[in-house]
Design a binder for this molecule. Structure first.
Ligand SMILES: [Zn+2]
Length: 228
């Protein structure tokens, strides 16, 4: 009995030490984000990034996501730096120092300094969360969801930062028109950086980013196709 009690005490002490920080919850004032498993020093960055994602959605009259939990995680998929789990209201992001160690997977956004990149990934994943309930006529609407997420992520950057991600046009050069069919899942997987540039050129082409994004979020503009 006493041995069991002692073991329990030791166990709970160990658990207490092991999980106390990871079990801690912090709620951002915006009511959207609950942070778990993250050092307090990162709470302001996570909350302000989610504030900005929310105001971007709001400024275009787009639907905000349902409340979501953000956890820092050492995402096992080495090609991944952030992940939104559909149906679980959960976003996992790499902590900043791990982001730096995985710079090879960052791609087009690699020019951003780590703190900005960290926030930018959060903005991207919150945009994914805002696409969760969008009807998809196919098995997967990954290209449409990434179109929306990258657009919001790029809108969140300053122009100078965006120029590091999407090659700027020479003065006076008209952007080449990006057709609807040129934004697709194949390019997303085969040439992700090119996909991002095409998304930006496409979403800004009519000088009406909000209408484009609204059509994506209401499911009338879809960049995916049927794959047998
Ligand atoms: Zn994404």
């Amino acid at each position: 009995m006493s041995a069991f009690f002692l073991r329990s005490v030791i166990l709970s002490t160990l658990l207490g030490l092991g999980v106390s920080s990871s079990a801690e919850e912090f709620r951002c004032e915006n009511g959207l984000v609950t942070i778990r498993n993250s050092p307090g020093a990162l709470h302001p960055a996570i909350c302000t990034a989610s504030d900005r994602a929310l105001s971007l959605l709001q400024s275009c009259d787009l639907k905000p996501p349902e409340p979501v939990e953000i956890q820092l995680s050492e995402l096992s998929d080495k090609t991944c730096i952030g992940l939104f789990h559909c149906g679980e209201a959960l976003i996992e992001v790499l902590p900043p120092e791990a982001l730096d160690a995985r710079r090879s997977a960052v791609g087009a956004f690699n020019g951003l300094p780590t703190p900005r990149l960290f926030e930018s990934v959060i903005v991207h994943e919150i945009a994914h969360a805002a696409m969760e309930d969008v009807p998809c006529p196919y098995d997967s609407c990954v290209a449409s969801s990434e179109y929306f997420a990258y657009s919001i992520q790029l809108l969140d950057l300053t122009e100078a930062e965006r120029n590091l991600v999407v090659p700027p046009l020479d003065n006076g050069t008209e952007p080449t028109r990006v057709t609807h069919d040129q934004v697709n899942a194949l390019i997303l997987y085969m040439a992700p950086d090119l996909f991002i540039t095409k998304v930006w050129r496409h979403v800004t082409a009519k000088n009406d980013v909000c209408t484009q994004l609204k059509r994506v979020q209401d499911g009338t503009l879809v960049f995916d196709t049927f794959h047998p």
